[in-house]
Design a protein around this ligand. Sequence first.
Ligand code: HEM
Length: 342
Amino acid sequence: MPMTPLECDMAPAASRQSWPLPRCGLLVLALALATTAAVGSAQLSSESYYDASCPAALLTIRTAVSTAVLLEPRMGASLLRLHFHDCFVQGCDASVLLDDTASFTGEKGAGPNAGSLRGFDVIDNIKMLLELLCPQTVSCADILAVAARDSVAQLGGPSWAVPLGRRDATTASASLANSDLPGPTSSLNGLLNAFSNKGLSSTDMVALSGAHTVGRAQCKNCRARIYNDTDIDASFAASLRASCPAQAGAGDGALEPLDGSTPDAFDNAYFGNLLSQRGLLHSDQALFGGGGGGATDGLVSAYASNAGQWGADFAAAMVKMGSISPLTGTDGEIRVNCRRVN
Ligand code: HEM
């Protein structure tokens, strides 16, 4: 029997299940359109923004992302995170991609980014292709937003229409990267504040945290949790300790999956992990259980049992996050090289 868009919300409870895209595509599309540019003051345009000026833009990005993710599934996670780290610092303006110059220290060397952010080469390759096809037309900030969406879809997650028309910053800020991005030892209140400072609600924060259903974290970012926290499953902690030594040093960069159940699938297993005290980062587990104060427990439980609800909320929150303070109109520029101002 054909499904109506509303049936998406009522998709059968399914823990550990990928987003049932065909059933919910319409609803996600409608949600995404309805929430276009809800956060920033400048207005973004629809996904058809480049249809006349660079008709192959979206296909070019999707093809490059698919290839990169097929070669290395983790790259999908890395590209998604790049967009998050861009948007939380000065807005979604590709400031995160700028290399240091004589006049400013960029964001790449900031605490949350140094030795951790990846995917810059994939973005460079996409930009190079787009400069050949349609010079100085598609912004680096829009490439980041579309690459994030395509990465999630490629890993089995939901999809959404990406509002477009962002322009690129001519400056970056290491200090804002250090102050505005939440850290792995954040408390629930710290997380809620960091997101509310960007115009994002607690529902947005919990839904977006589900991005940690894919990707890896370094030992140094979960060491305190696996050795000191009490709200952690004992056998989970023991297995992590085997690969992440207690002493800072050589083992700092050992990689652990953020979602130990299904590391490379964009599903709702992340939330199920939190119910069983298997969140990898202190900031993950803060969303559920006594340690986090309990304010977001209900939402975590709902997302753990209803992949459809989480997928729809995640897609809507990505559109909101992608609309944080964009540069539009004649502000900023369309960079030729994402690493440098023109
Ligand atoms: C809620 C606050 C958040 C905190 C405290 C946080 C923190 C972190 C940390 C510490 C890592 C591991 C970095 C490393 O060890 O190198 C990480 C990885 C990651 N984060 Fe977050 N994050 C948060 C929210 C988000 C959001 C909103 C998204 C995207 C929408 C996101 C996407 C990712 C992804 C996909 C990875 C894995 C990247 C890879 O494997 O390359 N995170 N995050």
